[in-house]
Design a protein around this ligand. Structure first.
Ligand SMILES: [Fe+2]
Length: 131
């Protein structure tokens, strides 16, 4: 699978920098997806999860700078904070070998797509409409 199999033009929020960051999140997800079925993958899985979760935080902080003027900014920030908390829980579970990798890989893809399509796109559109 490559980026063209997972990134679709309808995921664009109409902001070049944010779209590029979203694509990079999918690149990191693809890395994770390609590692999940390898043998003796504990270390590489940990690296792939950490790479994705670290970049999620960098990306959210960046995206929030643009979203700050939106009247429902606080709600969006809360959604981001909840997801970061979820990622922290996943790493804790991974640490005690209690993480179902396949479930998490699916969850992460679905969350990213849903969040972009249902939340990010709306926020960026409304910001544009009111500027
Ligand atoms: Fe977002």
């Amino acid at each position: 699978m490559d980026i063209t199999a997972i990134w679709k033009p309808e995921y664009s929020v109409g902001h070049q920098e944010i779209d590029a960051q979203h694509k990079y999140l999918f690149e990191l997800w693809l890395m994770l997806d390609s590692i999940k079925d390898q043998e003796d993958n504990h270390l590489s899985l940990e690296q792939a999860l950490l790479s994705l979760f670290d970049y999620v935080e960098v990306h959210f902080a960046n995206e929030e700078q643009y979203l700050q003027p939106h009247p429902e900014f606080k709600q969006h920030q809360q959604i981001h904070a909840d997801f970061i908390a979820q990622c922290t829980t996943f790493m804790e579970q991974f640490g005690r070998d209690a993480l179902d990798t396949h479930t998490v890989v699916d969850y992460l893809r679905n969350w990213l797509i849903e969040h972009i399509v249902e939340t990010d796109i709306r926020y960026f559109r409304e910001l544009k409409e009111h500027s």
